[in-house]
Design a protein around this ligand. Structure first.
Ligand code: SF4
Length: 172
């Protein structure tokens, strides 16, 4: 598939971590219309659709609260995170305070001690959406599963330094 200079320049506006995916979506969009080259219009149409998903407004035009959940890498080897996700969806336990518009915009494991990839993934997320709150999975804070995360304090400080609120726990 051929790309002209303007289309490539427009593609570069997509955050780096989704650029390959965006490129494939644009090419597929052009292909569906029977073309072998990508126009600037194709890129804009696909981006508008993508950004529309990210910027959906809640009731009354108010932006919904954006939440990300971070879980322990060690636990994630065995845990499919069902309780974390159901708690959010049902607005239970640590998610009770959120209204029905609140959205889960990120879910990832810490990447291993000492929380190796949390900062990087939050920075990547912030390029696409504003993050209001990060919940640390109950696996990081409760003793029922394993010893609580020994790096918790520094992880919390690092997240707060990005202007993001931290709540300890998800389903307990
Ligand atoms: S940093 Fe904490 S949450 Fe991450 S793997 Fe280590 S103990 Fe688990």
């Amino acid at each position: 598939m051929k790309w002209n200079k303007d289309s490539l320049k427009e593609l570069e506006k997509a955050p780096e971590f989704v650029r390959d995916m965006a490129k494939k979506s644009v090419e597929s969009h052009a292909k569906k219309q029977g073309r072998k080259s990508v126009s600037l219009k194709d890129v804009k149409e696909v981006f508008d659709e993508y950004m529309g998903v990210l910027e959906t407004e809640g009731v009354g035009g108010k932006r919904p609260t954006h939440i990300a959940i971070v879980v322990c890498e060690r636990t994630s080897e065995a845990c499919p995170a069902t309780a974390c996700l159901l708690s959010f969806q049902g607005r239970k336990v640590k998610f009770k305070e959120y209204d029905s518009d609140a959205r889960l915009v990120g879910f990832f494991s810490c990447g291993g001690c000492p929380g190796r990839r949390i900062s990087r993934l939050l920075n990547n997320l912030k390029k696409s959406v504003k993050i209001d709150v990060v919940h640390l999975g109950s696996c990081m804070v409760r003793e029922e599963y394993q010893p609580p995360c020994p790096n918790r304090e520094s992880i919390i400080k690092m997240i707060q330094s990005k202007g993001i609120k931290v709540v300890e726990g998800t389903h307990h």
